[in-house]
Design a protein around this ligand. Sequence first.
Ligand code: TXA
Ligand code: MG
Length: 353
Amino acid sequence: MIRTVILKVNCEKPEKPKIKAAADVIRKGGLVAFPTETVYGLGADALNAKAVKRIYEAKKRPLDNPIIVHVATKQEILQLTENIPLKANKLMSIFWPGPLTLVLKASDKVPKAITGGLDTVAVRMPRHNVALALIKESGVPIAAPSANLSGRPSPTTAEHVNQDLDGRIEMILDGGPTNIGVESTVLDVTVDPPIILRPGGTSYEELVKALGQVNIHPAALAEKSVRIAKVPSPGMKHRHYAPRAELVLIEGNIKPTAKKIQQIIDQNKKNGKKVGVLATDETKSMYTADTVKSLGSRADLSSAARSLFRLLREFDEEKVDIIVAEGVPLEGLGLAVMNRLRKASNYRIVKVD
Ligand code: TXA
Ligand code: MG
């Protein structure tokens, strides 16, 4: 057991001594959880293979699942990759700092521990003062997966990090709830047209506007389980975002969806189960269940993204046996939300119309 120190930091103006203390931990090969604009990350010195190994241990993460490297300046990318394609440069100037991770060809300097043995490396520049200050002060790029135990919903508050990793890491920088709430979009730019491996905080529509053509990997849509051999990003094959309760996802038009959800609630109630519903503002009053939570308005999918992981954790705290979730439109951040819900359901998806 390690004693986990929690430091509250000011996101507008991160306090220097606190950032210094955290950077010290990173430089010594330790682990610091820190806020980004998407979710909390679990950081270590990306160029220190031993430190990176500790991330896998703390998270109980499968060793073949590669980790994103976070930088504070474009300069830092040069040591990590052999080649930056023109399109990648364009994306960096439009979207960085921000929730877009680019998969590039890796240089020899990148420890194999980070890439899970692949010849590529994923890089991103987060849009968060605390994250940027920490990377700068550490003087090294920071490897950071989401700061949850592997398979659990990603943390959007320091409290979530503490629930999963207390006693397993040296420090948590608490910068309050994160703004976007789902992880960054992972885009492979080693191929042309680039392909989305994980939808996230930068929407498909924005990427198409910048590049013209962008593909989406079937595993990123996550409509059904994709055969392991066909998956380019090892992270895609592991179960993800899963609350402890079983989750069933209902997709389709709003009226038949609401009807189907109430049927499932009633069935499970009859069997003595505690049932939670993940609804939207437009539908939440339609359901009679043990607990009904709203992702926000269907007209504002960024609010759904912001609250999704928090609500999944809340259902677990309330010890519901089954969560019945309403699908949302696949536009904008809706694609990222649906990817997480489909995976959390382990592909228990009911389509109605
Ligand atoms: O917003 C985010 O991306 C957060 C914050 C902390 O930056 N990080 C995050 O990391 O979500 P993680 O490890 O939970 O998810 C990284 C994803 C995984 O699905 C992994 O398989 C994929 O990115 N990935 C990492 N390196 C890759 C590579 N070289 N090729 C393909 N996929 C890669
Ligand atoms: Mg993760």
